[in-house]
Design a protein around this ligand. Sequence first.
Ligand code: HEC
Ligand code: HEC
Length: 576
Amino acid sequence: MKRTQILILVLGWMCLGRAWAQGGRGAEEGKPPGEAVPAETEPGIPVTDKLTVERCGGCHKQDGKGNLTRISWIRTTPEGWEEAIKRMVRLNGLQLQPEEARHILAYLAADHGLAPEETAPHRWYLEMRQPENDPAPSASVKMACGSCHAFARPQTWRRSTAEWHLLVSMHLGYFPVAGFTSFHARPRTDGYGILPVSNPGPPLKDPLESAMEYLTASNGLHSAAWSNWRGSMRELDLKGRWMVTATAPGKGKYFGTMTVSGGPAPGQYKTEASLVRVADGSAMTLAGASAVYTGYEWRGRSRAAGVGEVREVMTVSADQASLSGRWFWGGYQEFGLNVTARRDFGDPAVMGTDVTSIRAGSQGVGMKIYGAHFPRSVAAADLDLGAGVKLAKVTGVKPDEISVVVDVEAGAGTGWRPVSLKGRTLAQAFAVYDHIDYIKVATDSAMAHLGGGPHPKGYAQFEALAFNRGVDGKAHTADDVELGPVPVKWSMEEFVARYNDDDKEFVGSIGADGLFTPAIEGPNPQRRFSTNNTGDVWVVANYAGPGAEKEPLTAKGYLVVTVPVYMKWDEPEVAQ
Ligand code: HEC
Ligand code: HEC
């Protein structure tokens, strides 16, 4: 589920007293409904920034150790802090100038942030990807805390035990319905909706109780990961030239460069990037700005011709030599590039190849090798492409691109091959295979949003990925080798969910390039009961190309086409 899609059911806000901001348990007017909140007993993280104390300390009182109530017992991502600060402005009467907000955000992200290890499992959420899944420790925990927003939301916060309880009180205060629909509900075993816990069925632990057990044990305030990271956090200097490799679903690979120069303040940068799409040589150029939070969280915003505004969420590696993450755009952030950038140290480096895989027995295959600072001339002996791959000739050498022709022996074993240029090696540069054993539709469950009237369309880009069974000879096992995207014929099939299911006729259409374009929102008089064009369908890929001559391969992906998100309460703006 998308995080922006969360609440259609915002009920009225309840009045909350200051006692709540102060973590007060007893004060009648601030007493949260229904849940007992234990007293704060854990050591807090002192707030040492003057402006933060000034602006937040009026309601969040400071103690003798420099702790501010609530704030000192919470850690989260830049987006998490931004959401909380915005709510203080929106509902609790906080007044801040934009530059003050930026300063406080940067301070809190640095001193009350999350370590790279703590955010690593949840990058998809920060990078605004379609969740393939949103794992939770149990269905019951997911019911409590993953039914309105992704469970990744609480997974990107760390709090003391008392703070987890106060968060529950915050929810019940603002959305009293949460108690009935989620906290004390039970997931129905048939997967359709929810029932109150009191309903018949096997005894089930109260979802909220399960959630609190998990969160207080796993997402506590203090962690070794954070104290290590906080201790080693350094001033970053990311200025210079970066080599960029990227892939986009349905579009294939991109190579290019990004130049990072100093911005208006330390930790802020200006960026210029240019990428070339391998498939058609088309160029994409971007110019923008970025900020780095918590010593590793790159948040950028740039403009690209023909695309508009692009947001960048990346992590900076601990050695400051690489960046990786996603650059995205679209009404639902559904378009994007998976990006890796490596710092240009001025010496030869191999970044990638245009082909993703080559079939054993192929002769005279042209291949391009991308990188930087290649020598003026490259002899056959300078390049090693792994077992069974023979370099027939070098056909062109540019500083950032080498063109070669290769022959692959008929008996070359299936698996990854490196590209090694005079000892500069890129492992797993391309794969060698005998034939394609199956294909998969990515993503295998997607969501699109009707639009085109008052609301933007939420597209879904599909691609078909080919796989080889790997050395164990069995398909669908861990050693299978992904051979990259293959061109397929796309179609849609009915996903039969009800009688006279006719969703396929109404939800929208899929193009030859795998891009699903949803139909317009709103009631459709052509449809029975004038319903919206919503529905669910199978998106089907058929592949009959090289490597699968014996019989064509088919794969299906599930697509839900739903209504627009009518309300977006927050768009994180931590990017510069
Ligand atoms: C005018 C009073 C007021 C000011 C000023 C204020 N807050 Fe709050 N804060 C509240 C109240 C009331 C609550 C409890 C209700 C809620 O969570 O919205 C709260 C709760 C919080 C929470 C806990 C939310 C959660 O996730 O459980 C955080 C974090 C927070 N404030 C951060 C801040 C920061 C940071 C500042 C300064 C930039 C600030 N507040 C300034 C009134 C204030
Ligand atoms: C009824 C729907 C609903 C359920 C159930 C729900 N949440 Fe939320 N949650 C929200 C909404 C809406 C917000 C945004 C509040 C805002 O900023 O205005 C939110 C915000 C949050 C935040 C951000 C806090 C902040 O200070 O901005 C966290 C963390 C969170 N929820 C965790 C949880 C946990 C843990 C549970 C389970 C115990 C849970 N949520 C269950 C609707 C829900």
